[in-house]
Design a binder for this molecule. Structure first.
Ligand code: ADP
Ligand code: MG
Length: 364
């Protein structure tokens, strides 16, 4: 079981110096716009990932006019206290320390104190380009399997090399056949490994996502979710050979797992062109909750769940289903923000689990 019992923020965004104690498993955070609700969730996320969820650079994270910042979290993991601190020095050097010992590589920390954030802008996962969905998939698979991350890094490097070889061939009118062969062989090896991993993982993951969607939405909506890859339609090696002329002409690699996507359909038409705002949100939550549940299974405890402004644009019934699934049926710690204290209080009371409300005012 994972718990964040307290967090202290020094010169982080709008917080000059502030400490919060979390005494209940479910924490409602309310306050008007600009009060610092999202910033507080992002501080919690930051401690888990050593970077901002919002993709802000560290210079934007430091309180305006200050130099450096510090975040400190007091956790409990399976009964053991864990003290984590993240310091950004005035010279911009970042230090991450767990129980007194400093990490040499931040990547060693990822997954130690896991957290999943669900925020309004995440609908880009549904409505944005395929790179958003590959990023989501890769981030999740990398947390589950370190080898996958290495395959991916190698594949992307090889792809760059192959593309620049194709460009040079067009420029000089001469192709280094031997080098192309070497790059092809390696690309095939890494690409096939990634493909197999994605395919196997997505079978269960997308089924689970569909099940959560039906649970939140209360109906099926003709939803169908599928892995979409050129490699599903034929052997990678044969396709790479077959696309040789096209690749030379276009000076880039036109087949491979870098073109993969997740296909979301509603009644056989693309989800993003048909679905209502509420349906998009439901699908987004389903994907994120499936991520959270998958991590829970793998870790053996629930990651911290950070829900930012999820009440907006989701009707009460869907909201209740969602909260019920995460708050009542698991022992997870959940942080949830809302601008309306009454609405938040009522939703949390209906769940019948213990909760606390943290009220933020502007000028913390
Ligand atoms: N680096 C910073 N220094 C000082 N204030 C900041 C910084 N970054 C963001 N803020 C302030 O934080 C406030 C936004 O907080 P946020 O957590 O998004 O509010 P909420 O989610 O409650 O609407 C804004 O008013 C913004 O000006
Ligand atoms: Mg906010």
């Amino acid at each position: 079981m994972l718990r964040l019992n307290a967090i202290s923020l020094l010169q982080f965004r709008n917080y000059l110096q502030r400490e919060f104690r979390f005494t209940e498993r479910i924490v409602g955070i309310c306050g008007s716009n600009g009060a610092g609700k999202t910033n507080l969730l992002d501080a919690i996320y930051y401690l888990s990932f050593s970077k901002s969820y919002l993709g802000r650079s560290d210079s934007q994270n430091v309180h305006h006019g200050s130099a450096g910042m510090r975040l400190e979290g007091t956790y409990e993991l399976d009964g053991e206290p864990q003290q984590l601190s993240c310091v950004l020095r005035e010279n911009n050097r970042k230090e991450l320390t767990l129980n007194g010992s400093e990490y040499k590589k931040f990547s060693d920390h990822i997954g130690r104190l896991p957290a999943v954030m669900i925020a309004p802008d995440d609908v880009i996962l549904i409505s944005g380009g395929s790179e958003e969905r590959r990023k989501f998939l890769d981030t999740l698979l990398s947390q589950l399997n370190k080898t996958y991350l290495h395959w991916l890094i190698d594949y992307n490097k090889l792809l760059l090399q192959r593309n620049s070889l194709l460009k040079r061939a067009a420029e000089y009118g001469q192709l280094d056949e031997a080098l192309l062969q070497v790059l092809n062989d390696q690309l095939l090896e890494k690409g096939n490994s990634i493909f197999r991993e994605r395919k196997q993982f997505l079978t269960a993951f997308l089924a689970r996502t569909g099940e959560i969607y039906r649970n939140i939405a209360g109906k099926d909506d003709g939803l169908s979710l599928a892995y979409d890859s050129q490699l599903l339609h034929g052997d990678f090696s044969a396709q790479l050979r077959g696309s040789r002329q096209k690749d030379l002409q276009l000076q880039r690699t036109t087949v491979g797992i870098h073109r993969d996507d997740l296909q979301f359909l509603m009644d056989m038409v693309p989800f993003k062109s048909e679905a209502s705002q509420g349906q998009r949100k439901s699908l987004l939550f389903a994907l994120k909750l499936a991520e959270w549940e998958t991590l829970r299974e793998k870790k053996g405890f629930s990651p911290i769940l950070l829900l930012d402004d999820v009440f907006e644009k989701l009707d009460e019934q869907r909201m209740f289903q969602l909260l019920n699934r995460v708050c009542s049926e698991t022992d997870a710690q959940v942080f949830i923000t809302d601008t309306h204290e009454e609405r938040l209080r009522k939703q949390l009371e209906d769940l019948g689990a213990g909760f606390q409300i943290v009220e933020l005012t502007i000028n913390n």
